[in-house]
Design a protein around this ligand. Structure first.
Ligand code: ASP
Length: 622
């Protein structure tokens, strides 16, 4: 729990920042009048601490001094302090005592910016004037050192310190001094990453802390809109899944009461924590942060993930499904694809009896089978995918891939990537771990690296054979062996439950220019899968496959014209593609296990295997 509370709460909003660049009259009033009236009549820190405890807060950080310079403790250094108000008591001690009573470790938020010290030194309160900052203002720094010393030595063991400052030099100055006084002090802001009002896209190395308000402001503002409870719980889950702590702010009013809307949100969090605390406490990030929800249940929100955390001590993975409007009762099915179970795997729902849960283990997922097949071909220099990919006009290898899961119409694709060893794995990661379908270029490479996929130097993809092919093409000499110049690899798969998947990976066309992207990463053109019709993967002149939507054409003919897979494949290749003037072929499979492979070129390397049968392999038309 973060608490922002200072003398200016009497004005109904936080105005610390506004003191910068204010007039002399304004400052006279601010620094002399406010403390005459401060007497929070309903202040009861025991209430704050109980609420924090129930909501699962593991530590509390109180703003000892914000930028306005008002000291919320009995300091010897200045008169602008709590003990010079009608309240009179050392409020800091009362707050710390209350939280310690509930065994909540405590810390301070302290601002080296101090507009009151600027004011008494006759410096315009400012952030930009060097002399208004402690690292350039010796007298100011001496006072602040004394303040920090009081805070860290007069109140027993302080666990945390949060340096509320924008400038690295002030953070460093204060952090070094704090550690001189207490080498074991945990400094959050100033000592680690502390993103404010945002959660980073990926886990950050080392410990980190995300700081969020419940409303919009850090200090009390009357009747301000607050985040809803599920948003706060989702923030907590996402932060924890990425290995951070959530520091959630409350802003008591001038009477010392935490506003009822904020209290309500904390009680909602408390309810969630009552059932689910194991999933966010004493955990570490799991190797997979999240996966896109795959369910039989319709979600209202556009982006939904299952988040994962892992217990520190046992082999337990928590899968947290955030949801609004969960509804009462009803049967909901979730497919968790990032976890590999076995016969001994136990599954339960936190806070619920075992009987509410039915768990089925599927040992082979369709997309995974297709990916495994493609990985073998990507790793072989013989195919135009992964290692062995063709060269662009500039002598680079730019790779495209896509995958589609026919059971839920989820898809992922990458285009023009240059550093991912197995592009199909990047497409799978886009499908499973991003809200998007297609990522291109440097962004896609970066995403793949964040997902922990194997990254290689672009030169890994170079092969002598492909370089010669490029040279020949650039000199306009076509070789007799170039008839199979479309060497894209594809796989279609069907499992015993009738689920289809399709996947395609390629280097594209030799000598391609201007960032050209072909059909392979385009869903519907180079790849398509849906259980009710078929799974298709294509190779050939991408431009024709894109304009003809050849893969989807096969599915559409089956669905809307009731054609068999074989008839639909024949039509798509030998009529539509051929009439358009395009060359290439497809492999396709329907939910009954029928296979149709059609091409209008001289040959197409192809193979298939059905459970319990021998594999079949073909090269040319026979
Ligand atoms: N279809 C791929 C493309 O146009 C090329 C190929 O199949 O080899 O990029």
């Amino acid at each position: 729990m973060f608490i922002h509370w200072s003398v200016d709460v009497q004005l109904g909003t936080i105005i610390s920042h506004n003191a910068a660049a204010s007039s002399a009259d304004y400052q006279d009033r601010y620094f002399n009048e406010l403390q005459k009236y401060y007497k929070p009549k309903n202040f009861d820190p025991d209430e704050w601490a109980k609420l924090a405890k129930l909501a699962g807060m593991k530590y509390m950080i109180f703003t000892a001094k914000h930028h306005n310079g008002f000291c919320m403790w009995d300091t010897e250094t200045v008169d602008f302090k709590i003990t010079n108000t009608p309240y009179g008591n050392d409020i800091m001690k009362e707050i710390l005592d209350a939280f310690r009573k509930y065994e909540i470790p405590v810390g301070f938020c302290y601002s080296p910016d101090d507009f009151y010290l600027n004011y008494i030194q006759g410096i315009p309160p400012s952030r930009n004037l060097p002399e208004a900052n402690p690292d350039q203002n010796k007298e100011m720094w001496e006072i602040e050192k004394e303040q920090i010393r009081e805070l860290l030595t007069n109140y027993g063991k302080i666990d945390f310190f949060f340096i509320d400052e924008y400038y690295d030099f002030a953070n460093t100055l204060v952090a070094d001094y704090c550690w001189e006084l207490d080498p074991d002090l945990i400094i959050t802001r100033g000592g680690m990453e502390t993103p404010g009002q945002k959660i980073p896209n990926k886990p950050m190395p080392g410990p980190w802390e995300a700081c969020f308000t419940i409303g919009r402001h850090w200090g009390y503002v009357a009747e301000e809109p607050v985040k809803d409870g599920s948003e706060i719980i989702n923030m907590l889950v996402e932060t924890r899944a990425k290995g951070g702590n959530l520091l959630l702010n409350v802003s008591p009013d001038s009477h010392g009461i935490i506003p009822s809307e904020q209290e309500a949100r904390l009680r909602e969090t408390a309810l969630w924590m009552m059932a689910n605390r194991e999933a966010v406490l004493d955990i570490k990030p799991f190797k997979v942060i999240n996966e896109h929800i795959s369910s039989n249940w319709h979600y209202e929100e556009p982006e939904h993930y299952i988040w994962f955390t892992k217990s520190k001590n046992d082999n337990v993975v928590y899968a947290i499904v955030p949801a609004k409007n969960w509804g009462v009762g009803g049967y909901k099915t979730f497919f968790i694809r990032s976890l590999k179970g076995n016969a001994d795997t136990k599954v339960s729902v936190l806070g619920q009896q075992e009987t509410v849960m039915e768990y089925k283990l599927k040992t082979t997922g369709r997309p995974v089978v297709a990916v495994a097949a493609i990985n073998i071909m990507e790793d072989s220099p013989l195919f135009n995918a992964g290692k062995g990919a063709v060269f662009t006009n500039e002598g680079k290898n730019e790779l495209d891939a896509s995958i589609m899961d026919g059971s839920n119409l989820q898809a992922g694709a990458v285009a023009s990537i240059t550093t991912v060893k197995n592009p199909i794995n990047a497409a799978l990661a886009v499908m499973l771990h991003s809200p998007h379908v297609m990522l291109v270029g440097a962004g896609a490479d970066e995403f793949a690296a964040e997902q922990g996929l194997e990254i290689v130097e672009p030169s890994y993809f170079h092969t002598e054979r492909r370089m010669k092919q490029l040279e020949r093409l650039q000199q306009k000499e076509t070789s007799k062996t170039d008839f199979h110049k479309w060497g894209t690899v594809g796989a279609v798969a069907l499992d015993k439950y009738g689920n289809l998947a399709a996947a395609t990976s390629t280097g594209g066309m030799t000598n391609k220019q201007y960032g050209r992207v072909g059909d392979s990463p385009i869903i519907g053109a180079g790849t398509y899968a849906e259980n009710e019709s078929c799974a298709v993967s294509a190779t050939g002149q991408g431009e024709y496959f894109i304009r003809g939507m050849i893969s989807y054409e096969v599915a559409a003919l089956m669905k809307y014209k009731n054609l068999t897979l074989q008839d639909a494949a024949n039509f798509a290749i030998h009529e539509k593609l051929t009439q358009m003037g395009g060359e290439g072929g497809i492999i396709s499979l329907d939910a009954a296990g029928n296979i149709a492979v059609e091409f209008n070129t001289r040959g197409m390397f192809r193979a298939w295997k059905k459970a319990g049968e021998k594999a079949e392999v073909y090269f040319y038309t026979d």
